[in-house]
Design a protein around this ligand. Structure first.
Ligand code: AGP
Length: 574
């Protein structure tokens, strides 16, 4: 995944890179590094203990006008200083940062002469490749062009050379945006890295090369022609600082849900109405709807598909990483769901669908994201920036979006009580969850039971417990217990069950586990250990209960709640 930021121009280069990297940490936080361009060499520093530590000891980059930084999510090679980017060539003349995967790095390496490799990464080969081409007399741009043509995989690569106040860029599949400033220009994995410094940007297209200088931005397409790409103005309201009330972004984001939902509901009445209408029209005019997403966004897609089926629409959810051409036909409408709008698996699914000629719709949180840019029509869920790796308010707003689409398609849904129901769920379950968290924190395994549209919610709660509380949890279909999984239940096994109605089918499944001695945590508006209002939106309220329980469990275990191990917020590799 990894995040990249570079800047050429006047001002405090160090501050720009430090801020940019902190904003990009959601792309990976295993290690980080920076390079600054000096007259006689490239200065590099790397760190595995976070961005603060990386920059401690630097006052500013005196008299330096060009530099770049990288925050890493390890794909090749352990988390270590030597594997952190930037990577230098043998002579230290140039430095390279890379986001993506160079699948044929071994072949490229074998095709080069003798070079000293320091790291175990796929990325380092890019520095040596460019060095070798420069020795053959090529310019950096020509070397980068040759590199672009030889790499198999995905990449956004920045290169700096000593004594040159320029950043050279190339990209294929991994996103990269240029930022146009007053006294200098920026390049980054996404626009938020330079938001606050400039709000004017250009998105590079696959195969583009670019040269970023203080007073100019040059872009070359695959054929080598200089091209103009559209300048986009953007706005991004940032929420990176924690206030006194919240210890973690996760709980702040959970508490923000009523406001986030209000914002989305208002937009349905106002500026997003036309997108809902257009999406409803597309859905109505197609025989088959495929909804696709990854992780939590796949779980919300499953709920969405069920809600659509309930009103007679032929909709199915397919996990993005397994989506292929057999899933769609030319007249299929594909609806991609993604918080970040950058998930590579979803982008790949879109490419497959696009190739076949399907209409592409999307539901995203991040405006201007790659998925939004590739869609014919896109709805923004307006949850605001989400920093914790776990999706919470964005999952909720994805579900609300599906309910709104159903309303637009003619279902009689009344949203008047929704925000109040969410507020009640949040208020009533904090203390309860703290007590339950103490009870389950040392468990190794936990099961969440759900049926029909509550099954994806059971999976979502289980995913949260795994990723944030490090408890092995599985969402199970209540009706399937007797076909095998019941064997896992023994005296004291914790089982959370989602019971929407007193007489729903799941009750007999809950009794099955209780009679085998399970530690039963019934979740229902009618009885059980959590307190939920009766509501038409129980999938949302159940998940919120699961989010609060996950937060307090991880809190009890003193875990790194916002940045769980091995994960990143935006998953831009396959
Ligand atoms: C959720 O808590 C996860 N961190 C993860 O499953 C996430 O939903 C998934 O990676 C998809 O991301 P997206 O919504 O940005 O596409």
């Amino acid at each position: 995944m990894c995040g990249i930021i570079g800047y050429v121009g006047e001002g405090d280069v160090k501050q720009i890179i430090e801020e940019g990297l902190s904003k990009l940490e959601y792309r990976g936080y295993d290690s980080a590094g920076i390079a600054k361009v000096l007259e006689n060499k490239i200065f590099c520093k790397k760190e595995v203990e976070g961005i603060k530590k990386l920059f401690s000891g630097f006052e500013s980059f005196d008299n330096v006008n060009a530099g770049m930084g990288h925050t890493r999510w390890a794909t090749h090679g352990a988390v270590s200083e030597k594997n952190a980017h930037p990577h230098l060539c043998c002579e230290g003349e140039i430095a390279v940062v890379h986001n993506g995967i160079i699948e044929n790095h071994k072949e490229i390496r074998d095709s080069l002469g003798q070079h000293d490799y320091i790291s175990e990464t796929d990325s380092e080969v890019a520095a040596h490749f460019i060095e070798e081409k420069m020795k053959e007399g090529k310019t950096i741009l020509e070397a980068l062009e040759a590199l672009r043509d030889v790499i198999e995989g995905t990449f956004a690569i920045l290169v700096v050379k000593r004594a040159e106040e320029k950043i050279f860029v190339c990209k294929e599949k991994s996103p990269i945006a240029l930022g146009i400033g007053e006294n200098g220009n920026y390049v980054a994995s996404d626009i938020y890295a330079f938001s606050g410094f400039t709000e004017r940007s250009i998105f590079l297209e696959d195969g583009d090369l670019a040269v970023v200088e203080q007073n100019s931005l040059k872009i070359f397409d695959k054929k080598g022609n200089i091209v103009e790409r559209q300048i986009k103005d953007f706005e991004w309201e940032e929420r990176r600082d924690l206030d006194d009330e919240h210890d973690h972004h996760m709980i702040r984001e959970i508490q923000e849900q009523p406001d986030a939902v209000k914002r989305l509901l208002d937009s349905y009445e106002t500026f997003q109405k036309e997108f809902f209408e257009e999406i409803a029209e597309k859905i109505n005019s197609s025989d088959k709807i495929i909804i696709t997403g990854s992780g939590s966004s796949f779980h919300s897609s499953m709920v969405g598909a069920k809600l659509l089926r309930d009103i007679g629409i032929n909709a199915r959810a397919i996990v993005a990483s397994e989506f292929d051409e057999t899933d769609v036909m030319e007249d299929t409408v594909v609806l991609a769901v993604s918080q970040s709008g950058e998930t590579m698996d979803v982008l790949d699914a879109i490419d497959v669908a696009d190739e076949i000629g399907c209409d592409i719709l999307s539901i995203v949180n991040v405006p201007h994201s790659s998925i939004q840019r590739k869609s014919d029509i896109s709805i923004e869920i307006l949850a605001g920036q989400e920093i914790c790796v776990a999706s919470t308010k964005t999952f909720t707003n994805q579900l609300v979006t599906f309910y709104l689409i159903c309303k637009e398609l003619g279902k009689d849904i009344k949203f008047e009580k929704l925000v109040e129901d969410i507020e009640k769920t949040l208020e009533r379950n904090q203390e309860i969850s703290k007590a339950v968290a103490k009870n389950i924190k040392d468990e190794n395994d936990l099961y969440v039971l759900g049926r029909n549209k509550y099954f994806p919610i059971a999976k979502e709660i289980a995913l949260k417990l795994k990723e944030i509380s490090y408890i092995h949890a599985e969402g199970l279909r209540g009706g399937e217990l007797k076909h095998g999984t019941l064997a896992l239940i023994e005296e004291g096994t914790p089982v959370v069950s989602l019971i929407p109605e007193k007489d729903s089918g799941i009750v007999s499944n809950v009794e099955e586990v209780e009679s085998r001695g399970a530690k039963s945590l019934r979740t229902s508006p009618f009885y059980g250990c959590f307190e939920l209002p009766e509501s038409d939106f129980l999938p949302i309220l159940f998940s919120i209960t699961g989010f609060i329980l996950t937060y307090h469990t991880a809190y009890e275990k003193d875990l790194p709640i916002d940045k769980p191990r091995n994960l990143a917020k935006s998953v831009t590799v396959r």
